[in-house]
Design a protein around this ligand. Sequence first.
Ligand SMILES: Cc1cc2nc3c(=O)[nH]c(=O)nc-3n(C[C@H](O)[C@H](O)[C@H](O)COP(=O)(O)O)c2cc1C
Length: 160
Amino acid sequence: MDTTYLRAVMAQWASGVVVVTTTRDGGGRHGMTASSFTSVALDPPLVSVCLATASSTCRFVRHSGVFAVNVLGHDHEDIGRRFATSTAGDDRFTAGRWDTATTGAAVLTDAVAWVDCVVAACHPAGDHTIVLGLVQDAATPRPAPPLIYHDRTYYEGIAR
Ligand SMILES: Cc1cc2nc3c(=O)[nH]c(=O)nc-3n(C[C@H](O)[C@H](O)[C@H](O)COP(=O)(O)O)c2cc1C
């Protein structure tokens, strides 16, 4: 299967947008934009994200054993872009206002929702790692339409 073609096909899948955050070795925080977030189970409460194994976020999540998933709102496109840009580096968290959750991972004060997790398992999957998280805490800080991603374009939420 041609990778470029498959990428274009998979781009037709619409999703929400999250920022996965974690703590860095030796202190500090890190995070990346992701669309691979899924609710896996309620008992016990498990969620998953698929992270490129070569990404810094994946490495820090594996080392720290913790991560949070922040569901972005319709007006968070700037945050989605910033946390997907490799050159932004440490400046990523200058977009948005952040608190620290129980595990130490950063949570967006005006996220539509967030879940704070400890890593329950990491499964290799090609060039990605499926990270399963056991939810420690969760919140819905702001009832607002979510940011949507489809065909490499951000959309400001769902028409109701
Ligand atoms: C809308 C969107 C969704 C993304 N979803 C994922 C994802 O689910 N998993 C992933 O590994 N990268 C995903 N990315 C790419 C990462 O955000 C990007 O590679 C980031 O720079 C990685 O940062 P890091 O290397 O500092 O960890 C996505 C990018 C965008 C714009």
